[in-house]
Design a binder for this molecule. Structure first.
Ligand SMILES: Cc1ncc(COP(=O)(O)O)c(C=O)c1O
Length: 397
């Protein structure tokens, strides 16, 4: 069978496949510590579950408006206004099956052959493949660990061409945990305005911030910036609702309408029940999220401290999200009985086999000197996982 050429341009999501391997090993009774999965270990809040149960019992189990129910789009409008001071009409909001689907609709609506899309690197694994699937060219903007993964205006300008269609920013960032301060956002906005490209702002980790830092959405930098920005968000991370699959976009009406048309011809509405649950999450206040972040913060400190004690490993303190992203280049070249560790992928394979610890190698994030560990897991798992990693790395020669 001859498949469409685009299928050959992409690979399956590496984070999902490592998580699946770890889960399969656990199902076989192997004692695996899973630092690979990108989801909160907390249960979805009860108030959200109650709303979903009520929706089922009320028979709210049929197709809804393809772009999402009015009540949810209104809750999103109110959230953006209350938290960021951003003003959107309901027609500027599209609800989709998770932020990943939101980003995919966006890529389909916006990108075509010849377009270039700037992606600061390290980057979340799906950005690049979604650009490729839609015939456009990803242009990586490499940032440096030593600079806290910051972007400077000259770095950005050096990547912009007459073909630049968009930039995809992600603050707080998966995998680095870095955040963009106002000055960086201002630089990006000014270059986007002058060179006329779209800003895609993935803000899915906006509420998972530490040390009193507050989230700034680039869309708040002025009406002319908002007019060329699509804010992408969802309930997966902030409300421990990864399985419910609700994400959304807020942006220029013309673009949102095009995305909505694509959705109406592909998936139709996201689950009716999940939409009701998302209304409850967005209207339920942030007490649950704040509590979760307090716990993530304890684990973050422990994980980073422990990683920095392992010879050959160095780890910056992430400012947001729930991942540590240690540099492991100091381990490369060391050997175990089966051979040398030559890459982050080798190290991840070694840790899975020898330490029974699942981590994601940095290569698919555009960062071959790093591995990504999620601390969205219990303190006990953090301690035991780091004990095992330290022991396994200690046997390398
Ligand atoms: C940076 C980033 N964006 C988007 C998503 C997609 O989230 P969801 O589709 O669960 O809403 C993820 C999930 O891991 C992510 O890390």
């Amino acid at each position: 069978m001859k498949l469409a050429a685009r299928t050959g341009r992409i690979v399956p999501s590496p984070t999902l496949s490592i998580t699946a391997t770890a889960k399969a090993m656990a199902a076989q009774g192997i004692d695996i510590i899973d630092f690979a999965s990108g989801e909160p270990d907390f249960d979805t809040p009860d108030s959200v579950k109650v709303a979903a149960e009520a929706a089922i019992r009320a028979g709210f189990t049929k197709y809804t408006a393809s772009s999402g129910i009015d009540e949810l789009r209104q809750a999103i409008v109110e959230k953006l206004e209350a938290e960021q001071g951003l003003c959107y009409e309901k027609s500027q909001i599209l609800v989709s099956c998770g932020a990943k689907h939101t980003l995919y609709n966006l890529a389909e609506a916006l990108f075509e052959a010849g377009d270039e899309v700037i992606i600061p690197s390290p980057f979340w694994v799906s950005y690049q493949d979604q650009v490729l699937l839609n015939d456009a060219t990803p242009v990586l903007l490499e940032t440096r660990e030593a600079d806290g993964y910051a972007i400077s205006r000259p770095m950005l300008e050096a990547r912009v061409t007459s073909r630049t269609k968009a930039i995809i920013i992600n603050s707080p960032c998966n995998p680095t945990g870095a955040i963009y301060d106002r000055a960086i956002l201002q630089d990006i906005a000014e270059v986007a305005l002058r060179r006329d490209f779209v800003i895609i702002s993935d803000e899915i980790y906006e509420k998972i911030l530490y040390d009193g830092v507050r989230h700034i959405s680039i869309a708040t930098l002025g009406p002319e910036v908002a007019a060329r920005t699509v804010v992408v968000n969802g309930v997966s991370k902030a409300y421990a609702m990864t399985g419910w699959r609700i994400g959304y976009a807020a942006g220029p009406k013309e673009l949102i309408t095009a995305m909505a048309n694509i959705q109406s011809q592909s998936t139709s509405n996201p689950s009716s029940i999940s939409q009701k649950a998302a209304v409850a999450a967005l209207r339920g206040g942030d007490a649950f999220t704040r509590q979760m972040v307090v716990e993530f913060d304890r684990r973050r400190r422990l994980m980073v401290e422990r990683l920095n004690k392992i010879p050959g490993v160095s780890c910056r303190m992430p400012a947001g999200a729930f991942y540590a992203f240690p540099n492991v280049a100091g381990v490369f070249g060391r050997r175990h009985v089966q051979g040398p560790i030559a890459s982050a992928a080798d190290l991840a394979a070694y840790l899975l086999k020898e330490a029974r610890v699942a981590v994601v190698p940095g290569e698919p994030f555009g960062s071959p000197s790093h591995i990504r560990l999620s601390y969205a897991t219990s303190m006990d798992s953090v301690t035991r996982g780091l004990d095992r990693m330290q022991a396994a790395l200690g046997t390398l020669r």
